[in-house]
Ligand binder design. Structure first.
Ligand code: ZN
Length: 468
């Protein structure tokens, strides 16, 4: 395990050129291609059913410029543009159009809405003069009572709305595009834990806030309406949101070191690290040197050392996952449809994420010996960590669901172990830079990983159903 080679990988992966390796981004693809060129030279085999990459789909929805909001008073129609004229306070996805007359809802509070006679809001736009408190519960109540949307006509910017960037965040996000994981429902239906757990789609319910300038113009023309609860207003609102949907693909890189024992080579020990990070925010690059260029480079070093040592009885699969920061997308996609050859099955997962910081002797583990998911594979880490100079292992069971091993445990039901060198003040900050990494510590974590792999022939893994 060469610290100098780890350093070279780190320098590239956490460089400004990588722009924080956001999922999806051109830089993430560049990082994937870099990793591919590294593993190809090692003499590993393509590990995604004969290919190097597992691709999985994302969906980007973007509010189109064809979207419209107009407010009519008599024959006069005032049209408003998103961001400058009005803001979105809902996260409705998908295309819809809502038109209707308006009725006031006062402050929109629970008692106010409860006091309205049944059917008052049916088919109408609810209108408030201020953004109601507890907007999401207000939305639920309005939606239940048959309102088609909520329009907020605020004449001034409230104290708690003065932070322009948080006030406009939802609107800017809708215009820039929301990206989500778009896994197809697995064929066969019942054994599709991922597809089943996807949230039920909610009916869109527009919550639109006219900005003070636009509200002032409206009121200047037509007088300011009393938005008393249940009182009809001389306004008609037409809101039409046109959403363009685009499918994108991102990749997990899979490199296989086939096992040498014909009786065990179908068993796959999967070693993983996510290579994505959070990208650029407000013009600042988040290099993600520890999170997780360290694990990405560490996994390259582990793969390289594994090839040099020669095959184990079982196969070892090295997987560089994308989309972790967005919600463990890469591992979710992997587990929904593991792209292994026929008969192969994952029997265990070693995941490394953030392995280059904190004191030399500190190593964090989950599941720890106290965790219900503790297993003999994780037990090897306890046994072997002292040989690499680590002190008593520190539990990070509070992060058991925080990285990709969680999906392997939950969806593939295999023993997992997650190693990290722990949290630090630069976590998810632009200051998570390469110069702060302890490269010799990364090398020690890698050597520990190698020791763990070397010790696995003594373990039996439960003979679960083949994953494919
Ligand atoms: Zn991470």
């Amino acid at each position: 395990v060469q610290p100098s080679s780890i350093s070279a990988d780190l320098e590239f992966l956490a460089s400004e050129l990588m722009a924080g390796r956001n999922t999806p981004s051109p830089e993430l693809e560049l990082a994937a291609n870099y990793l591919l060129s590294r593993v190809q030279r090692m003499g590993l085999q393509p590990g995604a059913a004969g290919r190097w990459f597992q691709e999985y789909p994302l969906e980007r929805t973007r509010m189109s410029t064809e979207s419209r909001l107009w407010i009519e008073v008599g024959d006069v129609r005032l049209e408003h543009e998103p961001l400058t004229g009005y803001l979105l306070f809902d996260r409705s996805r998908g295309t819809f159009a809502r038109e209707g007359a308006c009725v006031g809802i006062g402050d929109g509070s629970k008692p106010t809405l409860a006091a309205l006679p049944e059917g008052t809001l049916e088919g109408l736009w609810a209108v408030a003069r201020q953004r109601p408190e507890h907007l999401q519960s207000v939305r639920r109540r309005l939606q239940k009572s048959g309102a088609v949307g909520l329009l907020i006509l605020s004449e001034e910017t409230r104290e708690d709305e003065k932070d322009e960037s948080s006030l406009t965040a939802t609107t800017r996000k809708a215009l820039d595009g929301n990206v989500s994981l778009a896994l197809p429902a697995k064929i066969g239906g019942d054994d599709a834990p991922v597809a089943k757990s996807r949230r039920r789609k909610r009916e869109p319910f527009p919550i639109l806030g006219l900005r003070p300038g636009a509200t002032a113009r409206l009121f200047a023309e037509f007088g300011s309406p009393d938005c008393a609860p249940g009182v009809s207003l001389e306004l008609r609102v037409h809101a039409e949101r046109v959403v363009d949907t685009e499918t994108l693909h991102v990749r997990n890189l899979c490199a296989l070191l086939p096992g040498s024992d014909p009786g065990r080579a179908a068993d796959v020990i999967l070693c993983s690290a996510h290579y994505d990070h959070v990208g650029v925010r407000r013009g600042e690059t988040y290099p993600g040197a520890d999170d997780n260029a360290s694990g990405t480079a560490g996994l390259l070093a582990l793969a390289e050392a594994s090839v040099a040592r020669g095959p184990l009885d079982r196969s070892v699969l090295f997987v560089w996952l994308s989309g972790e920061e967005k919600g463990l997308w890469g591992s979710k996609a992997y587990c929904q449809d593991p792209p292994l050859g026929p008969g192969l099955r994952v029997v265990a997962n070693l995941n490394i994420d953030m392995i280059g910081r904190t004191r030399a002797e500190d190593l964090y583990i989950t599941p720890s010996a106290d965790h219900e998911a503790f297993n003999p594979f994780a037990g090897l880490v306890y046994e072997l960590a002292p040989a690499e100079g680590f002190g008593p292992l520190i539990s990070q069971d509070e992060f058991y669901s925080a990285s990709d091993h969680y999906n392997f445990a939950k969806l593939l039901e295999v023993p997992v172990v997650f190693l990290s060198t722990g949290d630090h003040p630069d976590y998810h900050k632009p200051t998570d830079t390469v110069d702060k990494l302890d490269v010799s510590k990364i090398a020690r974590v890698v050597r520990l990983g190698l020791r763990v792999l070397d010790a696995t022939p003594a373990l039996e893994f439960a003979r679960a159903e083949a994953t494919r």
